[in-house]
Write a protein that binds this ligand. Structure first.
Ligand code: NAP
Length: 288
């Protein structure tokens, strides 16, 4: 299949997600509306924010100036605040602050909080979907043990809430993924269940510029190293979320559809290492 800037993936919820996303972590709230507007004008139709980033309102402001239906907006429950009422009130706050009418995707940002809180939080997300406040739900930074537990919780909720579908469906998962942290086990778990896998830190937060394997591919294809990393993510079937506050980079990071990495190019990016640059809650014990 030929990838284009309009490529979308079909989610388990039935909705579609644009494959290329735009991240706004560490984007100052006062500058976020400009960045999001520039991103949408450059062709991104998917914005990734979080309660933690304190810029959901500015994202909403920018998105409302375009056609709401055409832009997919994600936000995330604040880490370390899981709980039934907490998730309910956060979703209402998100709707209020963004003024978007509905949220395309809400993720549990991190598994911290223990099993009972994770289950209650998921239940609150499922109810928000049923109430039409949220379209799709998922998790971020869950390890395979947390994902297995979530499946058990979904089965329990189906029993408790009256049958199939009442436990909700996992549509999306989000993790730090790039050639130095490919997370094959988690990606495989999700693939088996048609869960879309989002790749955060697709540019390794700028920590790997000059790496010989990427530099070589950049020279070969006449593209930047950032474009090579984003293209790697897209060709893996992932949903990359590159972030930038710089106008020219926002545009360039989306110009990744006029070349293709060969099978050999892709293989050369199999580094065999596990070196994350952001936090790594995937390894947190289930009790935490
Ligand atoms: N779920 C989670 O726990 C989690 C954690 C981290 C991130 N995320 C999400 O994933 C998104 C992306 O991750 P990230 O922001 O941490 O890192 P990233 O996208 O890998 O890298 C962003 C960094 O790269 C720079 N950059 C961007 N384009 C560039 C280019 N073409 N050439 C050179 N440098 C470039 C940016 O600087 P400038 O802005 O100055 O251009 C910024 O310093 C976040 O914004 C957020 O939405 C989620």
């Amino acid at each position: 299949m030929t990838l284009t800037i309009d490529t979308k993936l079909k989610l388990n919820s039935g909705y579609e997600i644009p494959q290329l996303g735009f991240g706004v972590y560490q984007t100052p709230p006062s500058d976020t509306a400009r960045c999001v507007s520039e991103a949408v004008k450059a062709g991104y139709a998917h914005i990734d924010s979080a309660a933690l980033y304190r810029n959901e309102g500015a994202c909403g402001q920018a998105i409302r100036s375009f056609s709401r239906q055409k832009i997919f907006f994600t936000t995330k429950i604040m880490p370390y605040t899981l709980g039934y009422e907490s998730v309910q009130s956060q979703i209402d706050r998100m709707l209020n602050e963004t003024g978007l009418g509905y949220l395309d995707l809400v993720l549990i940002h991190a598994p911290y909080g223990g099993s009972a809180k994770r289950k209650e939080s998921w239940k609150a997300l499922v109810e928000a979907v049923e109430a039409g406040k949220v379209r799709s739900v998922g998790v971020s930074n869950y390890g395979v043990a947390h994902l297995d537990e979530l499946e058990r919780h979904i089965a329990e909720l189906e029993e408790e809430r009256g049958g199939k579908g009442k436990g909700g469906v996992i549509s999306v998962g989000q993790w730090e993924i790039h050639p130095w942290c490919p997370r094959d086990d988690i990606v495989e778990w999700c693939k088996k269940r048609n869960i879309a896998v989002e790749a955060y830190c697709p540019l390794v937060q700028g920590n790997r510029w000059g790496e010989p394997i990427v530099k070589k591919l950049a020279e070969k294809h006449g593209k930047s190293e950032a474009q090579i990393l984003i293209r790697w993510s897209l060709q893996k079937g992932l949903v990359p979320l590159p972030k930038s506050v710089k106008s020219e980079r926002i545009v360039a990071n989306a110009q990744v559809y006029d070349f293709e990495l060969t099978e050999e190019d892709m293989k050369s990016l199999d580094t065999g290492v596990y070196e994350h640059v952001s936090w790594d809650p995937t390894t947190a014990p289930l009790k935490d």
